[in-house]
Write a protein that binds this ligand. Structure first.
Ligand code: URA
Ligand code: CA
Length: 441
């Protein structure tokens, strides 16, 4: 077998065999095929697509290019949730403790922030002492003991994806449905969960901005997981504005604790409940989503969810007192309100710009080696459809210095158009996607 004939075949739009897909995937993982040849192949895939069978083969080959985590020592159905990436989207910190409090083990490997989107690991590291890299044995032992652990991906998880993704990033080949679906699912399959709930975002802050593209991506991922023998379902949820009002690491931890304490409700809680309910159903802990939501609400109202978060923070070396006193989280130097420049209704939000702003003022990395400032970010005081008077606070910014606060103020005003005409609030959940069925809501 040789790489040039594989590139040639895909250039002509033909289907690659399992052996051919394994050949280039292993070549990527072992760095034995030149980057320019892999890049040519990726562009041929981007332009000519892949069949459902090819996409499953690629996913399995990338998953098996590294460690396959074995969670069979965990009693029950280990369950995971994955989001395609959002802004102010801290559902993991809310639903993982709630689901665990309902008796379903949550063994979750999360990521760091990527581009304009935030990452659960960076958020957790706002908590003093918190460790997010555990050995596999310690990870499994913690889930056995308290039913919940959230850690970083092991080094050797889907190494072929790591190489191919880095090439895609610099060759304009990220936006390929089979490549995105196989990239995400290879890591999920390798992480070992038997039940997986996918949160596929749609709208101005999402990877896929139109509903149809988002549904197609969701269906491709659900089919891959189902074909690989896992129980998988996806919700397509809205990222036309940040999901919660808080954007930034410590700020999002604070908001998650506020939600788990019952002090805050709204879209972040609603989407967390909708995803968590699918996790309980996928793990056979409830027969219907309605029954599952009832169980999650019980865990919320009795404090069971907040207690699980406390247990997890303590187990991973963090200071669990943050759950009772959010002022223990890092505090920013400069806190300033951003006035609305005119009166009217919030029409839309440039959510990607808002996420990029958070990244630029230090909540995310622009280069791999950048160090995050956990205290910075902003809190939005209005949502799409809300009315605001001129001069009333549109947001509050939390910054390192006045220069950043000036930038944040201007960027937020520019990213949020206000007009006299009314605008409807966004729908939160657009569709439930199963392998053979799409239910539009
Ligand atoms: N996230 C991934 O892990 N892979 C992609 O291809 C896109 C988003
Ligand atoms: Ca997330």
């Amino acid at each position: 077998m040789d790489i040039v004939s594989i590139i040639e075949k895909k250039k002509l739009g033909r289907e690659l065999s399992d052996a051919e897909i394994r050949y280039f995937t292993m070549g990527a993982a072992q760095r034995s095929i030149a980057d320019y040849q892999l890049a040519a192949l990726l562009m041929a895939i981007r332009l000519n697509g892949m069949t459902r069978e090819e996409t499953v083969r690629l996913t399995l080959a990338m998953a098996q290019s590294g460690d396959m985590v074995d969670l069979s020592m965990i009693p029950g159905v280990p369950t995971d949730k994955h989001s395609t990436g959002g802004v102010g989207d801290t559902t993991t910190l809310i639903l993982a403790p709630l689901v665990a409090a309902c008796g379903v083990p949550v063994a979750k490997m999360s990521g760091r922030g990527l581009g304009h989107t935030g990452g659960t690991l960076d958020k957790l590291e706002s908590i003093t002492g918190m460790r997010v890299s555990l050995s596999m044995d310690a990870f499994i032992a913690q889930v056995q003991r308290i039913g919940l652990a959230v850690i970083g991906q092991s080094e050797n998880l889907a190494p072929a994806d790591k190489e191919l993704y880095a090439l895609r990033d610099v060759t304009s080949t990220v936006d390929s449905l089979p490549l995105i679906a196989s990239s995400i699912m290879s890591k999920k399959l390798a992480s070992g969960a038997q039940a997986i709930v996918l949160d596929v975002k749609t709208g101005s802050g999402a990877l896929m901005q139109t509903l149809e593209e988002s549904i197609n991506l969701a269906q491709a991922m659900v089919r891959i997981g189902t074909d690989a023998g896992r129980r998988v379902v996806a919700l397509v949820t809205d990222m036309g504005e940040p999901l919660g009002s808080h954007v930034g690491n410590a700020l999002e931890v604070k908001e998650a604790i506020d939600v788990l304490s019952g002090r805050v409700t709204g879209p972040l809680l609603q989407v967390s409940l909708a995803l968590g309910a699918q996790m309980l159903v996928a793990a056979y802990a409830a027969a219907t989503a309605d029954e599952a939501e009832g169980k999650l609400l019980y865990a919320l109202n009795t404090g069971g969810g907040l207690q699980k978060l406390r247990d997890m923070i303590a187990a991973q070396g963090g200071d669990p007192r943050v759950c009772d006193d959010v002022s223990l989280l890092p505090q920013a130097n400069v806190v300033r309100n951003v006035p609305a420049p005119s009166e009217g209704f919030i029409q839309s939000m440039q959510t990607t710009h808002l996420g990029t702003l958070a990244q630029h003022i230090g909540a995310g990395r622009r280069e791999k080696t950048d160090v995050i400032d956990h205290s910075v970010g902003f809190v939005l005081r209005r949502r799409i459809g809300d009315y605001v008077d001129a001069g009333e606070p549109l947001a509050t910014v939390y910054c390192k210095n006045d220069e950043d606060a000036d930038l944040a103020e201007l960027s937020i005003q520019n990213a949020i158009p206000i007009l006299r005409r009314k605008a409807p609030p966004l729908k939160l959940v657009h569709a439930i996607v199963e392998a053979d069925r799409v239910t539009r809501l």
